[in-house]
Write a protein that binds this ligand. Structure first.
Ligand SMILES: [Zn+2]
Length: 446
């Protein structure tokens, strides 16, 4: 694969174990990995000038529903609370098929890449009209991002007291069969893997207790991770108490849904005992600040989680509830919201960026990603701090206070996916045309 040398960058924020920060230094990429960080490095390969730039690990997105990129800003769902929002969107999503899944995944991953993301998970929990998990896996392979798709599921439809229409839910036996198929077919457990599959029933209110339990058993048998939505808002807590007679943390623990191989999205309403449970069991959290604001769910206690030792990463969440996938924006929002709750010293821009990079990688079980250290994967974001957004900044490395939200260059496994702010791996105008045509057709049919 060869070498790329990023030469004489103003600042390199490594996010390594010692939190090293290098000034006027170089970073050498060789065969998809970080080969060296320091001064005076040389190469016979490609050289990329780093003057006027800050270099960080690529950002990690720990929660998304890429298919929702076709249903942004849907009237009737713009101002609804979570449950009403879902009921507005389910009928539209039921018209999706394989092509919608593929194209919306590509568009969503390109959007993430432009905000510095090199590794994204995805939570796909409905499979209408022949759609399959691999529709998104093929999309990610073309875009060139490291991808952790999760096989989601819903099994409790309206007729059984659930929220989704019956035709959007699946039989639980068929769900487990397909989980086995996609893990056997696409999961790569090796270091440096570009695709790892997780298992992810949509939420405790859309599948049975038995499916939650059986999925956890299957995931442990296969050595893959578990993901779902948990404790998102007050309605969610009330549902758990009414249906299961306990809070979400207890429900998760009882069914095997705690541990370092589990991460839960949102967790806005975790109480102190649940934070302690997550910390003790090393259960991860995907914090989705903009989605939580957008749906009025509240502010997750990230400061308390971090102080207790809960692994926390960031997620943009689906594009029907954000409606952007700007991961740098999420990092800034994380910092701002913790300050709203607890004062201006509650979270530094550095810590929020650390959560967005190394924090997310750890939540997804990827200690080989999320830090710029020798031997780690070469997932690298380069930010141009010579432009308007950074001009006048006395500390250009404080990217979340003053800095660009779009990346200049982006490498994944040493391969350049964004160059000079442009996607290199696919024909973006063609993708946009296809995506907009699809969204238009869905709008006309609804
Ligand atoms: Zn979600």
């Amino acid at each position: 694969m060869g070498e790329t040398l990023i030469q004489n960058a103003d600042t390199i924020l490594t996010m390594d174990d010692a939190d090293q920060v290098f000034q006027n230094s170089d970073l050498l990429i060789r065969d998809g990995k970080i080969a060296a960080v320091g001064q005076g490095l040389v190469t016979s390969g490609e050289v990329l000038r780093g003057e006027g730039c800050v270099v960080t690990p690529g950002l990690v997105n720990t929660h998304h529903h890429l298919y929702q990129n076709l249903t942004r800003a849907v009237p009737g769902a713009q101002d609804a609370l979570l449950f009403g929002w879902l009921q507005r969107l389910y009928p539209i999503w039921s018209r999706f098929g394989p092509e919608e899944m593929f194209v919306s995944a590509q568009l969503g991953l390109v959007e993430l890449a432009l905000s510095g993301c090199t590794l994204s998970s995805d939570h796909l929990y409905l499979y209408p009209n022949g759609a399959r998990l691999e529709d998104t896996i093929h999309a990610a392979a073309e875009v060139g991002l490291r991808f952790h798709p999760t096989r989601g599921a819903m099994s409790i439809g309206e007729s059984k007291g659930g929220l989704p229409p019956d035709h959007l839910v699946e039989e639980e036996a068929a769900i487990l069969q397909d989980m086995i198929r996609v893990v056997d077919g696409f999961h790569d457990a090796s270091e440096g893997a570009m695709c790892r599959v997780g298992l992810a029933p949509c939420s405790p209110f859309s599948v049975s207790r038995e499916l939650m339990r059986d999925t956890a058993i299957l995931a442990r048998d296969k050595g893959v991770m578990l993901h779902t939505h948990l404790a998102e808002n007050e309605e969610d807590i009330a549902y758990s108490e009414a249906q299961f007679g306990c809070r979400p943390g207890q429900y998760a623990e009882d069914l095997g849904w705690t541990g370092p191989d589990v991460w839960h999205a949102h967790c806005v309403k975790l109480n102190p005992a649940e934070i302690d449970l997550f910390a003790r069991s090393r259960t991860g959290v995907a914090h989705c600040p903009c989605s939580n604001c957008r749906l009025g769910s509240g502010i997750a206690p990230v400061r308390q989680m971090r102080d207790a030792g809960v692994p926390v990463g960031l997620g943009v969440d689906g594009s029907a509830s954000n409606d952007m996938a700007d991961l740098m924006g999420e990092a800034r929002q994380t910092m701002l919201l913790q300050r709203v709750m607890q004062g201006a010293d509650a979270m530094s821009p550095y810590e929020a960026l650390q959560i967005a990079t190394r924090g997310g990688a750890d939540v997804l079980g990827r200690p080989d990603c999320g830090r710029l250290a020798v031997g780690k994967r070469a997932d690298v974001a380069i930010w141009d701090v010579s432009g308007v957004a950074s001009s006048g900044s006395w500390d250009p490395a404080a990217l979340l206070l003053a800095g660009p939200s779009r990346v200049k260059d982006l490498f994944v496994e040493g391969r350049q996916v964004i160059k000079g702010g442009e996607v290199t791996t696919l024909d973006l105008p063609h993708l946009l045309e296809r995506h907009q045509r699809m969204a238009q057709a869905l709008m006309l049919a609804s």
